[in-house]
Design a protein around this ligand. Sequence first.
Ligand SMILES: [Zn+2]
Length: 81
Amino acid sequence: MIGQVACRQAEQALQSYVDRALSDDDVAAIERHLAGCQACARCYRLERQIRDGLRKAGDEPCPEALKTRLRNLCAECDCEE
Ligand SMILES: [Zn+2]
């Protein structure tokens, strides 16, 4: 994932990014995209908020439910192909 990242790629990588599960190159690519794309930056903030909220609530994260919720929240990230 070197160079320009499409919104769809960024969206798919956001969860791994939040989990710190990406390589340094991928992290750099995502950060470049977030810096230039308000829709994905907003999606990233929402994702962080949800994860922080889950941690504070002391709930076990439910990956499938979380993914569904994020997909709904991030629908407007499809700003380009
Ligand atoms: Zn984007």
